[in-house]
Design a protein around this ligand. Structure first.
Ligand code: NAD
Length: 469
């Protein structure tokens, strides 16, 4: 049986080597992350290239069977994985956090195993026949962030493997053990060489991006790194999927029921303690509902326990790292200094062992305040009052990013009419961030391009191939 202890000892660097990874809730050392150099990356890419033709030669049914067995392995090791994730990333075991993330890994593997990707007959008449099929790209390079390290890795791994590619993945330097642990479990069932993880920093990511033998790069992370990747990928004309930062707006319409939507709004914004790409990051509320929504949100926020991830009662955790803690602190301090009203939170304890920033709701804040205009990526939600629908739609669309957005109200047709005017890859109605492995997900504007999930996600890690006769 895979326990937390034997999983950790299988992936940690020996004593005296590697980089110590610390629990962001306590500062305790979790384990030691091995560090790969460029030569290790080259060796991994070579192994991936050697393994790829045989993997691609298997049928879709065989590869799907492997993905289902990989999901079984994740489920069999779920508690060990959740503990590793909670200790390294900081997220609590419970709530929509570590156990949820491990469960989603199994779910995404099974969903990708289950899709049918049929050849498309484009033309079939007296002029001839043309058929479109999807063939493997080759070796996929994947680079991930630290907020949902296991789940986002699976978003990259599962469709890539399903389509007959092999994968070399560079995890975030903040959460390498989580990804190494997940890969160790997947590799209990996968053939050798189809999935490898190369832990290291941004320079190793840059080397992977520039590598001559990587055919496609999947990147999830910040917009600025995505821009660097795009520049570097030009030399090899690498295919790219870029899932980048967001600053999702939510619009509460005058006919919304504040009590009914408060919990949905809360988790839309505070899932993973706000460290989520498609979280609700700026909330616009019609003046007629403003105070009622603020009060209902404060009630929900004050009921949600925050603390050390391994304590079963907690549903909110620390910020994952000091840099993110400092960003959130600075944005809330600027909001307070501008005269905004702090409804709850905003006052982290001094001298604490972890990077805990209290759940913070900020009202009476201007639309151009930095807490609204910049991605906070933490537990601090600005609530902006509006009176005119056209103006609030302009505000929602004014930023350079466009990942998700949401509209909240009781008249579905009216909400859909607003949704149609929002510039975002996804607009949810009366929910936010509710991703589904069957439903394509991706950003517009500087939130990136390319789709993940569903059949569109499979196609994005394949090459379209037309045969015509
Ligand atoms: P980041 O861009 O700092 O780092 C992401 C990864 O890129 C890390 O593995 C890092 O080592 C690597 N990297 C750094 N420099 C590189 C370079 N020059 N070339 C190649 N790789 C390089 O992002 P982060 O701070 O880890 O993640 C937070 C950001 O990610 C937020 O903006 C968030 O919105 C975004 N995000 C987006 C999605 C999505 O699906 N759109 C999902 C999660 C997070």
């Amino acid at each position: 049986m895979t326990t937390y202890e034997n999983l950790l000892s299988a992936i940690s660097a020996p004593e005296g080597q590697g980089v110590p990874m610390k629990d962001p809730a306590t500062g305790a050392v979790v384990g030691r992350a091995p560090q790969h150099a460029e030569a290790d990356l080259d060796a991994a890419v070579e192994i991936a290239r050697q393994a790829q033709p045989e993997w691609a030669a298997r049928s879709h049914a065989e590869r799907s069977e492997y993905l289902n067995r990989a999901a079984d392995a994740v489920e069999a090791c779920a508690e060990a994985l959740a503990e590793l994730l909670s200790r390294e990333q900081g997220k609590p075991l419970n709530g929509p956090n570590a156990r949820f993330e491990v469960g989603a890994c199994a779910g995404w593997l099974r969903a990708n195993a289950g899709f049918e990707i049929e050849p498309e007959v484009l033309v079939e008449d007296e002029s001839g026949t043309a058929v479109l099929e999807y063939v493997p790209v080759g070796v996929v390079g994947a680079i991930g962030p630290w907020n949902w390290p296991m789940m986002i890795s699976i978003w990259q791994i599962a469709p890539s493997l399903r389509m007959g590619n092999t994968v070399v993945l560079k995890p975030s330097e903040y959460t390498p053990l989580s990804v190494l642990g997940l890969a160790a479990v997947l590799n209990q069932v996968l053939p050798e060489g189809v999935l490898q993880v190369v832990p290291g920093g941004g320079e190793l990511g840059a080397a992977l991006t520039a590598h001559q033998d990587i055919d496609k790069l999947m990147f999830t992370g910040s917009t600025s790194t995505g821009q660097a990747i795009m520049r570097s990928a030009a030399d090899t004309l690498k295919r790219l999927t870029l899932e980048l930062g967001g600053n999702d707006a939510g619009i509460v319409l005058p006919d919304a029921d504040p009590e009914a939507i408060a919990e949905g709004l809360f988790w839309g914004a505070f899932i993973n303690t706000g460290q989520t790409c498609a979280a609700l990051k700026r909330l616009y509320v019609h003046e007629s509902q403003y105070e009622a929504v603020c009060e209902a949100l404060v009630d929900v926020a004050q009921k949600m326990p925050m603390g050390v991830g391994m304590d079963e009662q907690n549903v909110l955790g620390p910020l994952q790292n000091k840099a993110q803690f400092d960003i959130v602190t600075s944005l809330v301090d600027q909001a307070r200094a501008s005269g905004a009203r702090i409804l709850t939170g905003g006052d982290p304890e001094a001298d604490q062992a972890g990077y805990f920033y209290p759940t913070t709701l900020v009202a009476d804040i201007d639309n151009d305040n930095p807490l609204v205009a910049q991605e906070q990526f933490g537990p601090a939600l600005p609530i902006v009052k509006y009176s005119d629908l056209d103006e609030v739609i302009d505000w929602a669309n004014a930023l350079e990013v466009g990942l998700g957005s949401s509209v909240w109200g009781t008249d579905l047709e009216a909400a859909r009419a607003v949704a149609a005017r929002l510039q975002a890859g996804t607009t949810w109605i009366n929910k936010h961030g509710a991703i589904d492995p069957r439903v394509p997900f991706g950003g517009v504007k500087r939130s990136g391009y390319g789709l993940e999930f569903g059949l569109e996600g499979l196609k994005s890690v394949a090459l379209p191939k037309v045969t015509s006769w």
